[in-house]
Design a protein around this ligand. Structure first.
Ligand SMILES: [Zn+2]
Ligand SMILES: [Zn+2]
Length: 242
């Protein structure tokens, strides 16, 4: 492909991915905001201005997430970049769930430590205050990040696909879990049954009850999907009851 044509193709891929991430955000956050209005009527009343700001920052984040994903998707299609595979038998079948778990664990580790770093006062003011301006967070806050924070999140999956083999369907599962948990953890109420949240398994998984406490108390509960880093580092302060 001529250099000009390549550049156009990369740009189109980046734009398309930005549109997909933006649309995915609007549809999924919209769905959970709609469910919230049904299950907890009035839960977001008086938060109109905050929600508008959450949507504005989130759409900006969609571009920051979309560009690296679009470039990598183009490279995968055109040049065979990455270790994304399409033949389900290319690796053992147990690697399908195994790769999903590996991605979530690696993403969670990156998130825990960058998130803790962003709670240092100077970095917080610069990069993370936007996210904490949501008080209390809503289903629209999942991608409400300052561009610097969005950048730290946007590079994770596009980087991991170069190192960890993953079937394209398993990657879809990772992105779905990422989207749904990001939104429901900010929704302001717990959708999982109390029996699960307070079970032994619940002691290792992050749901709204855990992340809501982070938004209330700031210096604790930094994890994304799992609680082991918070447990190991003594930063787990248990559950809130949103
Ligand atoms: Zn949050
Ligand atoms: Zn935070």
């Amino acid at each position: 492909m001529a250099p000009d044509a390549s550049l156009t193709a990369v740009l189109i891929s980046a734009l398309a991915m930005t549109a997909i991430v933006g649309l995915r955000y609007i549809l999924t956050s919209g769905l959970f905001a709609w469910i919230t209005a049904r299950v907890r009527p009035g839960h977001y009343s008086g938060l109109g201005l905050q929600i508008r700001s959450e949507i504005k920052w989130s759409l900006l984040s969609a571009a920051i997430y979309g560009i690296p994903s679009g470039v990598v998707a183009w490279g995968w299609q055109q040049h065979g970049w990455t270790r994304i595979y399409t033949d389900v038998h290319a690796f053992s079948l147990w690697w399908l769930p195994g790769s999903v778990l590996a991605f979530l664990l690696l993403h969670d580790t990156w998130f825990y430590w960058t998130h803790r770093w962003m709670h240092r006062p100077r970095v917080f003011r610069l990069a993370h205050a936007v996210h904490h301006a949501s008080r209390p967070p809503t289903a629209w806050a999942a991608m409400s990040f300052h561009p610097l924070e969005a950048l730290t999140g946007a590079v994770v999956v596009p980087a991991l696909v170069f190192f960890v083999p993953i079937h394209v369907g398993a990657l879809g599962a990772v992105l779905t879990i990422m989207t749904v948990m990001g939104i429901t953890n900010h929704m302001g109420w717990e959708m999982f049954p109390r029996a699960l949240v307070q079970s032994r398994l619940g002691g290792w998984l992050i749901t709204a009850s855990h992340h809501h406490r982070h938004h209330e108390s700031y210096q604790c509960n930094y994890g994304l999907y799992f609680r082991h880093w918070d447990h190991l580092c003594g930063t787990d302060r248990g559950l809130s009851s949103p």
